[in-house]
Design a binder for this molecule. Sequence first.
Ligand SMILES: CC(C)(COP(=O)(O)OP(=O)(O)OC[C@H]1O[C@@H](n2cnc3c(N)ncnc32)[C@H](O)[C@@H]1OP(=O)(O)O)[C@@H](O)C(=O)NCCC(=O)NCCS
Length: 332
Amino acid sequence: MIGRSNGVPVSITGLGTYAPERVLTNDELAELVDTSDEWITERTGIKERRIAAPEQAMTDLALPAAREALAQAGVEPQELDLIIVATVTPDMMFPTTGSLLGDLLPAPKAAAYDLLAGCTGFVYALAQAQAMVSAGLADKALVVGGDVLSKILDWHDRSTLVLFGDGAGAVVLQRVDDGGFLGFELGADGGGGEHLWLPGSGSRTFENPDKLVKMNGREVFKFATRVLVSSAEAILAETGRTIDDVDVYVPHQANTRIIDYATKKLGIPEDRVVINVDRYGNTSSGSIPLALADAEAEGRLQEGSLVLMTGMGAGLTWGSALMEWTANGRTT
Ligand SMILES: CC(C)(COP(=O)(O)OP(=O)(O)OC[C@H]1O[C@@H](n2cnc3c(N)ncnc32)[C@H](O)[C@@H]1OP(=O)(O)O)[C@@H](O)C(=O)NCCC(=O)NCCS
């Protein structure tokens, strides 16, 4: 799916994040499985990641991120019409994390649901919320992306364990005078789904349903490098922009080798790329909002900055959002 936003302009008016306090270093992982700081750093760029406490679930990560985003936007939770939580690690299948979050905020007027699109979930959720707000179905929407992947990892499997971390981000979407989202490109290929999957987590019966993440790293690497480039090029062409116009590039934070490949292939100067995978690992749907927040804190997101975000992950799925950044307080 690809399209330009051709309705009322919609933008991000508030941004918040939350990452659990516990920092897990590569050296600590090397005490658990046969790996080393050197191997992890060289192959992935990751130095440390955050790990949720045993009692923390997705709602506990989403709530502080949502409150921060709402405060930045100057929006009361009671004003929200819509909550979408993009996650593959909901507290439970139902009630959804969106519903639970709506109760905790509280946001009694809001429609609330979860969205499952792997690490691309945040970009998919942005597209849905943007369309609903632009069309007038909702005025104020909250999009949360995040995961507690540490709860579904195989802590004996070095090939997946070292890559992932826990974290969440949230954004408020509202109509603005101009700027905001220019368009989206979203895709899915279930044929490659078995390269990154969670067998036994649903209604399909498996012989060994241990409900832990399984991945073919080499296949996912090939897929990721391909779609990061093709999706970005597609949305730029669709919106009549070029790579030279992009001020801030926020790729899914999976691995610095994947990001470096895409950056070179796309021809984006390194100083326009946001990278924080070294501190968080791959936080799935939390990755893009966590990176956006870092870029904002560093003063890299200015009024009118052209921001390109591209996610990819389980499904297999991918998606890009292109937007002109808007400062807060410009909502209509
Ligand atoms: C997982 C990944 C880092 C592996 O890197 P790689 O360079 O492809 O490594 P390979 O899979 O070829 O494995 C090389 C060797 O390292 C070993 N290895 C794997 N994980 C290891 C670890 N954590 N520590 C030490 N050695 C490890 C392998 O067993 C293999 O050993 P062998 O040659 O004796 O069989 C890489 O494939 C990758 O990043 N894939 C994408 C994963 C991803 O981003 N997934 C999420 C997408 S949302």
